[in-house]
Design a protein around this ligand. Structure first.
Ligand code: CA
Length: 533
């Protein structure tokens, strides 16, 4: 009997748990599988861009498409609802997976699902570029029937004229699609003269540019943009940009000098600002001692409400931080002198972009999987942002707000991490980069806590769940921990790769899966730890 008990309590990770629905993961070990719905969330938030350690981008995209399709067959309306929820709240770093999944709903859903997908289009495709991506995805999946054409038409006709003029000037074409193509395809018509003039301008452009500005606000924007295109000096361009508050996107690239950057800055959107901090430094606007400009930019980066409103995702901030801090652009974008206040402001903005994360006053062990596979692939296609580095950034969100919280790292052994709560993201990430790669044993954080008598209410493990090396499964280690320590500890698995695996037992109510870099993840983890969800 004792022998049998031991087998049931301690199973090596290269064998499945007895009586549990486990599958072999890509590393050869045995993990649980997440439900199709968790996988849908993982795809919508993490995407498949950049692939993973185990799968190329194409393979990961195919797998995810299959998972999305299965969800559509099970409950298409729920898929559309999930897409809208995640996309509209800005919970994902990139919108492409949402657009791709929405195109799938529009192509493969039943009638009600297709209808819901069409209706959701303006909510998910919020800017011109999104609409072009959607058009390209859906074009590869189905024909341009009446429902689809009128959905695209509604994208245009539902917008206020000034908003539409903004979109068509700022985002002209992408993926081989232009507004001209889509307006023609959708046969957008109206009795409103000014509106018709706007559509006609989008399709045909200006024949003769009038000397004086049009009365109508939207036509005036079109007119000013055209004048800008014909500008012959930077001074002229800067004057037009300032007067009509035009975005940098509509300025011809040869005219984007310091004067134009100065003219754009006061009315630039937050997304643009965050992406162009390096350019602002390069052009000499954000430089040491330029107190007013530095203050203007840092104030905007610190504004939690504005971050939320502009749907600034922490990953965008992190990506901007890595680029800005490096002092040079990613693809030969020139060099600049780094202004420390901007770096500090980005550190603050990263945490604020998660919204208000409330402390739980529980005891936390945050376990980072730093094994070899976590160093492969990227999160949401951000160059250089591996799941390993992303895990550290994610763990810092929780670590900073909780009083009793410790970060540990593991591969096939525990790796010491020494971080203070006030250390910057860059320092934290730098430390992670120094850790050598190893094999994977996701049971280690629980075994470590048991051995060292560390009391923990919650273990959070940031991983791809490709565990294989240990002689006991993570869930068995957790159960042993609960029993020996007399603490009903919970386990949260933060999935850092959009694969189908998890180390959490779906049958155990004390274990949960969340998706790494879901902006709502820190609060969901907290609520779960407190027993509220
Ligand atoms: Ca691994």
């Amino acid at each position: 009997m004792k022998y049998l008990k031991n087998i049931l309590k301690r199973t090596p990770q290269n064998s499945p748990l007895w009586g549990a629905a486990q599958v072999q993961n890509s590393a050869g070990g045995y993990s649980f599988t997440v439900t199709g719905w968790t996988r849908l969330n993982r795809f919508l938030i993490l995407g498949s861009e950049g692939g993973s350690y185990y799968a190329t981008e194409a393979k990961l995209t195919r797998e995810n498409a299959k998972a999305v399709e299965a969800c559509i067959l099970e409950d298409g309306l729920r898929v559309v609802k999930t897409i809208v929820e995640i996309s509209d709240a800005g919970r994902a770093p990139k919108n492409d997976p949402a657009l791709f999944a929405l195109a799938m709903c529009a192509a493969y859903g039943d009638e009600a699902t297709r209808k819901a997908a069409f209706q959701a289009l303006p909510k998910v495709a919020r800017i011109g570029t999104h609409l072009f991506h959607f058009a390209e995805y859906v074009d590869g999946m189905r024909g341009w029937g009446r429902g689809l054409r009128s959905a695209v038409g509604a994208w245009y006709s539902q917008k206020e004229s000034i908003a539409l003029a903004n979109q068509v000037t700022k985002y002209v074409q992408r993926d081989g699609w232009s507004h001209r193509d889509l307006l023609r395809l959708a046969h957008v018509k109206t009795d409103d003269t000014a509106r018709n003039a706007l559509y006609k301008l989008v399709v045909d452009g200006w024949e003769d540019l009038p000397e004086s500005e049009p009365e109508d606000e939207a036509l005036r924007l079109m007119w000013a943009t055209e004048r800008l295109k014909r500008a012959t000096s930077e001074a002229e361009a800067a004057q037009i940009v300032a007067e009509y508050r035009l975005p940098m996107e509509v300025v011809p690239s040869g005219l984007r000098g310091k004067k134009v950057w100065e003219a754009v800055l006061p009315h630039a959107g937050l997304t643009f600002l965050i992406r162009n901090l390096g350019n602002l430094s390069k052009s000499g606007i954000l430089q040491e001692g330029a107190w007013n400009e530095i203050r203007e930019v840092t104030n905007r980066l610190a504004d939690a409400n504005a971050l939320k409103k502009a749907r600034i995702h922490p990953i965008q901030v992190l990506s901007a931080l890595c680029t800005y801090q490096s002092g040079h652009g990613a693809r030969g974008g020139g060099e600049w002198k780094v202004v420390p206040q901007i770096v500090d402001a980005l550190n603050v903005a990263f945490y604020r972009a998660f919204g208000n994360v409330a402390p739980t006053e529980l005891r936390w062990v945050l376990g980072l999987d730093v094994s070899g596979s976590m160093g492969g692939g990227t999160i949401a296609g951000i160059p250089g942002l591996t799941p390993r580095l992303g895990s550290m950034a994610m763990a810092m969100v929780n670590y900073r707000v909780e009083r009793d919280s410790q970060i540990v790292a593991f591969s096939d052994e525990m790796v010491p991490v020494r971080l203070s709560k006030t250390q910057s993201l860059e320092e934290a990430i730098h430390q992670t980069n120094q850790i050598p790669f190893g094999r994977t044993d996701c049971a280690l954080p629980m075994l470590w806590a048991m051995k060292n008598r560390v009391e923990a209410d919650v273990f959070v493990i940031y991983t791809d769940s490709e565990t294989w090396y240990g002689d006991i499964h993570p869930v068995q280690a957790l159960r042993e921990y609960r029993q020996k320590m007399g603490v009903p500890a919970k386990l949260v698995v933060v999935g850092m790769v959009s694969n189908g695996f998890t180390i959490a037992d779906p049958q155990d109510g004390g274990m949960m899966d969340v998706v790494g870099f879901d902006t709502s993840a820190p609060n969901i983890i907290g609520e779960f730890a407190l027993g509220n969800v």
